[in-house]
Design a protein around this ligand. Sequence first.
Ligand code: CS2
Ligand code: MG
Length: 403
Amino acid sequence: MSKITAAKVIVTCPGRNFVTLKIETADGVTGIGDATLNGRELSVASYLNDHVIPCLIGRDAHQIEDIWQYLYKGAYWRRGPVTMSAIAAVDMALWDIKGKVAGLPVYQLLGGASRTGVMVYGHANGETIEETLDVAQHYKEQGYKAIRLQSGVPGLKATYGVSKDKMFYEPADSDLPKETIWSTHKYMRTVPELFAQARERLGWDVHLLHDVHHRLTPIEAGRLGKDLEPYRPFWIEDATPAENQARFRLIRQHTTTPLAVGEVFNSIWDCKQLIEEQLIDYIRATVVHAGGITHLRRIASFADLYGVRTGCHGATDLSPACMAAALHFDLSVPNFGVQEYMRHTPETDAVFPHAYTFSDGELHPGEAPGLGVDIDEELAAKYPYKPAYLPVARLEDGTMHDW
Ligand code: CS2
Ligand code: MG
């Protein structure tokens, strides 16, 4: 028995906000979990402080499944991004503790390694196609086997995924949501040209991905998928908003371009129909937003029945604690696809010392017991919370759209 004696929530902002749960047991072993929900960080911090931590004290840290079920069923108001991010943080911290007590990296507790490393994809973006491909060439030279391409759209001031800093992308960049303008008509002409030039310049040995970021209707997504088929994308992501999972049937009728969705999902129920009707090819749900390692394993096992592979979200707003947990999951899960890898800033890496390493286009979680990540509380205290929101999108006539 490893009795939980204390737990605390650490909010820090080394360039962007992160929320971390730290759990301590009677034998002095601690574990951490990421609880960051971009733009709603303080909601999860409160959910943990006010409604979870009081229920954890005195429980056995080794009872990961029972605690998961207690927090999920005991909430009465099940699911949702705040609840499931809080449960995820507890889950990650308990797997961290279990690994440390066992003296094993968490992937060994999940069934051991199923591969030598975790293929990741980098993020090439630019105002123009040429600038985007210059950055993509740089990622290719760094050894990346998979690269996401996002370029500016002529006639639009700003576009999802295009940032000033080419090695770091953070969309939550203002203390109230920025209003951006979107035009599907202008966008639809740009992406096929981007991919045509990308194959010309980068060749066929590198996987190319693109994030549509919820912007299209199903038939527009079908059109885009069909237009991109000659360039064989690894996937197009979030082609259309997925609350109504049946929307993807229409896309599937028109294109064989692989579809990825799920970074905004927080439970298996958000993707059950998408998976069982084989409407997608990759599920993007993450450790931090979909209930932790415990629940993500359930989603992956269900996906495996239908030939759907994992492609976990890994943006800068998921902390190194989540990245570490994701890599232990990725190394072991049988139906692995790819792991997103947006590098964090040096300040963030200093606050979250970690064992994972990058080489030859792959990440590896390392052999440290537990998750192999920690939080430097003293350094974290130097970066107080700073309100930051994701943008919103409107069409050129002012209609609210999906960002
Ligand atoms: C994006 C993210 O990484 C991705 O695929 O969709 O940048 C997303 O916009 C942010 O994580 C939202 O917080
Ligand atoms: Mg995305």
